[in-house]
Design a protein around this ligand. Structure first.
Ligand code: BGC
Length: 429
């Protein structure tokens, strides 16, 4: 582990947002959107293909029962966060968290085209109120991959003419909530959504809805999401000029496997440009902060081959290099100087809670190093507050600071690593 030299004492800003992240669909339960439709249609096929997809992973013996059960692939009751959010906020408070990034579910707020569901609108108003009551800063996330079925039936973000529906939704959110918020995120990981929904399969779980593999559709969706963000930014700032608006992009610490090999360097630069910077560059004038999610360091050799070291692997089979956050912070800072940075997601799937503390500790060291070099970081949101529905992988991956036993009344239990994190936040605040 890298430690800081004695004479350097980097300080996290007083108002640093020590937080955790969730997304509506992954925890709420009881949703009806394009993902729930997809889940029900694919659950048995996913269970049948589990061994083929996941059998090579070190965690296979532990996950196989769940991964081979079709129920694993259905979000269903979620972790019932929709009803238990106050209990979850109390747990977050006990963890000394200062902020929570949460999602609003479009399909609840506008279940039918143009019809607002007042109960859902009221729900999120109360949600924000209850967070604030506990001194937890709410950071709202507008779009995290899920959408109403009626919007997807029209082709979702594939058509520019559909942006008006998204904008009307954003306007509604702005009218209802902008005055109560300081922080808001428009989109989560447009690169991941466009890639897995429209271009290639997700490596472990296969395609994501709508499961198209068409480069033209991919390009259209990706471009339209740029416009969606730009328009949303304007709408939100008009409603509340002091609102801090950003997005949560998925950035990887992309490195050359052989740093002096010209071919490796070339692929690395190309991958960095397309995966990390392409979208951000186009919205840099519409960002009050650069929000990004960090999970991976990827090493590239010639011809775009990803060659990561084999160990250590998380339960998801992802190579773990938490300290990769440091070079990434520096390069984000280099690219978007003067725009503060927020790490909107960072975490590890670790059912046995073996690595989580180490992961968070390394991430904190990476932030300290970057801060000591002048990088302006305003917040760190661990993914996730609760065990969550991990998209096409379903329920077996366990990311939560808080474990949820879905078999036994959705019982919550704070993991040991989370208790350690709580103490650390106290010391650093
Ligand atoms: C997504 C989350 C997801 C997490 C872990 C991020 O890419 O925003 O929805 O659960 O990664 O896979």
């Amino acid at each position: 582990m890298v430690t800081m030299p004695e004479d350097i004492k980097p300080e996290f800003p007083k108002k640093f947002l020590w937080g955790a992240s969730t997304s509506a669909h992954q925890v709420e339960g009881g949703n009806h959107n394009q993902w729930t439709v997809w889940e029900l249609a694919h659950a048995s096929q996913m269970a049948q293909s589990a061994q083929k997809r996941l059998g090579h992973m070190p965690a296979w013996p532990d996950i196989k029962k769940q991964a081979q059960n079709p129920d694993n692939y259905v979000s269903g009751k979620g972790v019932d966060h929709y009803h238990r959010y106050e209990e979850d906020f109390d747990l977050a408070k006990n963890l000394n968290l200062k902020a929570l990034r949460f999602g609003v579910e479009w399909s609840r707020i506008e279940p039918e085209e143009g019809q607002w569901n007042e109960e859902a609108i009221e729900h999120y108003r109360e949600y924000i109120k209850q967070l604030k009551k506990r001194g937890i800063e709410p950071m709202m996330n507008i779009w995290h991959t899920t959408m109403p079925v009626w919007f997807c039936d029209k082709g979702a973000f594939k058509y520019r003419s559909n942006l008006k529906y998204f904008e009307r939704f954003v306007k509604k959110l702005a009218d209802e909530y902008a005055s109560q918020l300081k922080w808001i995120i428009t989109l989560n990981e447009p690169n991941v959504y466009a890639t897995y929904g429209y271009l290639v399969s997700e490596p472990l779980s296969g395609p994501w809805p709508p499961g198209e593999k068409n480069a033209l559709s991919f390009a259209r969706v990706y471009w339209n999401l740029i416009h969606a963000h730009r328009h949303a930014y304007k709408i939100l700032k008009r409603a509340n000029p002091s609102l801090q608006v950003g997005l949560a992009s998925q950035l990887a610490n992309i490195q050359a496997k052989r740093p002096h090999n010209e071919l490796d360097e070339l692929t690395t630069k190309t991958m960095r440009y397309f995966w990390n910077w392409w979208f951000l560059r186009r919205v840099r004038l519409q960002m009050d902060f650069v929000g990004f999610n960090y999970y991976f360091t990827d090493y590239y050799t010639e011809l775009g081959k990803r060659k990561d070291p084999q160990l250590p692997l998380s339960d998801m089979g992802w190579y773990m290099e938490p300290e990769g956050l440091y070079p990434l912070l520096l390069s984000v800072w280099r690219h978007y100087k003067k725009i503060p940075i927020i790490i909107t997601e960072n975490g590890v799937a670790d059912a046995k809670d073996e690595y989580r503390r180490w992961w968070i500790e390394e991430s904190i060291v990476a932030m300290e190093r970057a801060i000591s070099e002048g990088v302006d970081i305003r917040g760190y949101f661990y993914w996730s507050l609760l065990d969550n529905f991990e998209w096409a992988n379903g329920w077996w991956p366990k990311f939560g600071l808080i474990e949820v036993d879905r078999e036994h009344g959705m019982k919550r239990k704070t993991r040991e690593s989370a208790k350690w994190f709580a103490e650390k936040i106290k010391k650093l605040s």
